[in-house]
Ligand binder design. Structure first.
Ligand SMILES: NC(=O)c1ccc[n+]([C@@H]2O[C@H](COP(=O)([O-])OP(=O)(O)OC[C@H]3O[C@@H](n4cnc5c(N)ncnc54)[C@H](OP(=O)(O)O)[C@@H]3O)[C@@H](O)[C@H]2O)c1
Length: 190
């Protein structure tokens, strides 16, 4: 468990990834990345629902939030996720006007993760965003990595790991086919 773990809640980096290791297309393109349809079309709805049910809070990097907001504006409902718990946005630039559904956090990543994990009420904290996940991995705050491997080779785009991340050793937990995706889970060795 991470230094910040509370109850049974884990800090989980949760990502979809192309088979060649990209989590978005060039220039953060997401729709080009997953192709026609929606991300949920790749994964069995029951698996998405089960993972969402184990999640008590989400910590989202500013750029991920911007990309998600743009997609939602262009294609309403396309980023829907069966989750209604607290959302924490990590940014130095709180959006204007304030969004009542978001709690803004900033500063030391250890403090930020502790606050968001506490709000998860014993469930998992999902970390969304390559830069944010990199900071969390670099500080040994991540318990688990959950990857949806999508059946596509992109050739270029935003890589899973952000620059500066040093080696992290993982312990395989499970791998399972879910519709057209493969769900891989790893425990982070501490
Ligand atoms: N495939 C997937 O499952 C998946 C999931 C999530 C994201 N993504 C993709 O990943 C990309 C985004 O990742 P990213 O690495 O570019 O960015 P990110 O991690 O989403 O956000 C980084 C930003 O968060 C803010 N931030 C980070 N640490 C902070 C701290 N300690 N205090 C205050 N603010 C902090 C900074 O924004 P400011 O300083 O500007 O406020 C920073 O530029 C997008 O393309 C997104 O679509 C893919």
């Amino acid at each position: 468990m991470s230094e910040t773990s509370s109850g049974n809640g884990k800090v989980v980096v949760n990502r979809s990834m192309s088979l060649d290791g990209f989590i978005a297309g060039p220039g953060h393109a997401m729709v080009d990345y997953w192709g026609p349809g929606r991300i949920a079309d790749f994964v069995a709805p029951d698996d998405v629902a089960e993972i969402a049910a184990a999640t008590g809070a989400m910590l989202i990097g500013r750029r991920t939030w911007e990309v998600g907001s743009k997609i939602e504006a262009e294609d309403p409902g396309s980023v829907d996720y069966p989750f209604s718990g607290p959302f924490f946005l990590l940014t130095h630039r709180p959006p204007e006007p304030p969004d009542p559904d978001l709690t803004i956090l900033s500063g030391d990543i250890g403090d930020v993760v502790a606050t968001a994990l506490d709000a998860a009420g014993g469930k998992n904290l999902e970390i969304l965003g390559a830069d944010v996940a990199g900071q969390c991995l670099g500080r040994g705050l991540v318990d688990e990595i959950l990857v949806y491997v999508l059946p596509v080779l992109l050739g270029d785009g935003i890589p899973f790991s952000s620059p500066g991340l040093t080696r992290v050793d993982l312990e395989p937990v499970s791998s399972a086919r879910s519709r057209d995706a493969t769900i891989l889970r790893f425990r982070v060795r501490k």
